[in-house]
Structures are given as structure tokens and as C-alpha cells.
Design a protein around this ligand. Structure first.
Ligand code: GDP
Length: 299
């Protein structure tokens, strides 16, 4: 919880302070609802989600016969919490053997960093972790992953830049089996400007993994940059349609005042947020806890 609170300080300072100001010393009237809606949209909760929240608050005002705006603040917290759901969702691990996780997302969102953080987390929990450098398009991506592998102390399976990503993934699976690894995390390329190729490539990787281990991949995590706000939501929709995404990772939540995007994504996507990135360091990754998230926003 305290990590969330720290990581969300920008969102809390700029967004929640303004939202809270709307609630202070006033009656509930049309102007109040308009101001509140505006502040919610500014925090990147999104128009659709803000509208739903305001409608829900109107209903509660009638039902509970509220007149003072201050009384409505806990109701907003309640509604946000409902919208976020209560389920804590860590990685789905294969109970009898190797777990394979594909990491997808557009370049620059924090994929490599997230893989490093995940490797660190699961290694610290006593798991044997192997990484596969499936983003063969950028030499830099292979190098970066290698650096993270050394930093965390896990093996990285890699080929030369330009080679077939599916071949790297195949080798990754073989190495993970041979070395009796618990977790194989696969990096993938993220050039969204060539959407069809990208999706074909991801699907090919998916098929290779499945051919080797029929119930894999156990997770496909889509990494999104929270600082890009509504763009992140767009990416979630594009990747969600194409690659069977099972969970989301929202990075750079520490660097944005627009933490409301988490609410929008939760409300508009049927995919759970599994982790959030709250900094650049190895242990700046938190399992996402919706209740703690909302509480941290309001405290
Ligand atoms: P990739 O291209 O998707 O693999 O992105 P990288 O992992 O290389 O990350 C891009 C930049 O974002 C790097 O400078 C990272 O240090 C930074 N970054 C990644 N995750 C976070 C995070 O949660 N918080 C902050 N503040 N920076 C992050």
C-alpha cells in the first residue's frame, strides 16, 4: 500500500487535490456535477468512464437524499472501487512445470524493464527464470535484455539481430526445458507502424510456443505506458483483439498525473491489470491491488 501511495503521488497531488476541491464546502447541484466530470476527464479517466461515474453518483444522491457535496466523496471512492473490482491477480503459474509468459507492447513503453523486474521478482521467490530475446528487430533490444539478465542473474537466450524471432523462442523453450526452468519470459518486437507484420510475428511466436507446450503460453502480458493516457487504451484495444492478451502491465505510473487511465482501462477492457511499474529500478514493480489503488488515491 505505501508503495502505491508513493508511486501515485503525482496523480494524487494534481488530480485528487482538484477532485477533492470540487467536494469542499458546497451543495450538490448541476455545476458541481459538471466540475467533477471535468476533473475526472482531465485525470484521464476518460469521457465514457467519467459519464458512467457521474450517472452512478446522481443515482446515489437521490437514493441517499444527499445535499452536501462532502458526503458524496466517500461515495465516489466506493464507486471507483466497485469499478476496479477486488481481484488481486498475480501471474498464472503452471503448477506442474514450465510457465511461459509472452510480453507484448509498443516500443518504448517499458517492456524490457518490465521483463527485468519480473525476472527479479520471481527469482527472489526462488523460481528459476530464463529470458528469450524475441525482439530481434532491434539490436539494442537484445543488448538491453542481456544487461537486465546480467543485472538480475538469469540466463538470456538470444540470436543475432535480424534473425527469426520464432527460432529464438523455440530455442528459449528448449533451453527452459533442458535447464528445468520454472518461468520463461519472452520479449517480442513492438513496431506498431507495421501492424499486420507485427501481429503476424506475434501469432507465429504464439504458435511455436503452443506447439512445444500445448497449454502455453500461460500468460500474454501487454505492457502499456500510463503516461500516454488514452493512447494506452487504444493500444490495449488493438493488441487485445490480435494476440489473446491475458493481462496488462501499466508502467511509469510514478511519472504521471494521469493515473485515472487505470480506471478507464479497468472499466473498458475485460483484461485484468496484473502489475504496475512505479519506477525504473528492479523492485519498482507491484502486483496490482485494485482496492489499495483506490485507497491510495484518496488517502
Ligand atoms: P521498451 O522499448 O518497451 O523495451 O522500453 P524500456 O524497457 O527500454 O523502457 C523505456 C524507458 O522507460 C526506460 O528509460 C525505462 O527506464 C523507463 N521505464 C520503464 N518502466 C518504468 C516505470 O515504471 N517508471 C519509470 N519512471 N520509468 C520506467
Amino acid at each position: 500500500f505505501s508503495k502505491f501511495k508513493e508511486g501515485l503521488s503525482k496523480t494524487r497531488d494534481s488530480f485528487m487535490d482538484k477532485v477533492e476541491a470540487v467536494f469542499t464546502r458546497r451543495k450538490i447541484d448541476e455545476e458541481f456535477f459538471e466540475e467533477l466530470e471535468e476533473q475526472l476527464i482531465m485525470a484521464d479517466v476518460g469521457v465514457q468512464t467519467a459519464t458512467i461515474l457521474i450517472e452512478q453518483l446522481r443515482v446515489e444522491v437521490k437514493k441517499r437524499k444527499l445535499t452536501d457535496a462532502a458526503e458524496l466523496k466517500p461515495v465516489l471512492q466506493e464507486k471507483l472501487a466497485e469499478m476496479m473490482g477486488a481481484d488481486m491477480s498475480a501471474l498464472t503459474m503452471n503448477p506442474d512445470g514450465l510457465t511461459v509468459v509472452l510480453i507484448v507492447g509498443v516500443n518504448g513503453v517499458g517492456k524490457t524493464t518490465t521483463i527485468g523486474k519480473l525476472a527479479h521478482k520471481y527469482k527472489s521467490e526462488g523460481k528459476k527464470v530464463i529470458l528469450a530475446a524475441g525482439d530481434t528487430f532491434r539490436a539494442g533490444a537484445i543488448e538491453q535484455l542481456d544487461i537486465w539478465g546480467q543485472r538480475v542473474g538469469v540466463d538470456v537466450i538470444k540470436h543475432q539481430a535480424g534473425s527469426d524471432p520464432a527460432a529464438v523462442v523455440f530455442d528459449g523453450v528448449q533451453a527452459a526445458k533442458a535447464r528445468k526452468a520454472d518461468l520463461l519470459i519472452v520479449d517480442t518486437a513492438g513496431r506498431l507502424h507495421n501492424k499486420t507484420n507485427l501481429m503476424d510475428e506475434l501469432n507465429k511466436i504464439y504458435r511455436v510456443v503452443k506447439r512445444e507446450i500445448p497449454d502455453a503460453p500461460h500468460e500474454v502480458l501487454l505492457v502499456l505506458d500510463a503516461t500516454t493516457g488514452q493512447n494506452a487504451l487504444q493500444q490495449a484495444k488493438i493488441f487485445g483483439e490480435a494476440t489473446g492478451v491475458t493481462g496488462l502491465v501499466l508502467t511509469k505510473l510514478d511519472g504521471t498525473a494521469k493515473g485515472g487511465i487505470v480506471v478507464a482501462i479497468r472499466q473498458q477492457m475485460q483484461i485484468p491489470v496484473k502489475f504496475v511499474g512505479l519506477g525504473e529500478k528492479m523492485d519498482d514493480l507491484q502486483e496490482f491491488d485494485p482496492e489499495a489503488f483506490v485507497e491510495a488515491l484518496f488517502s
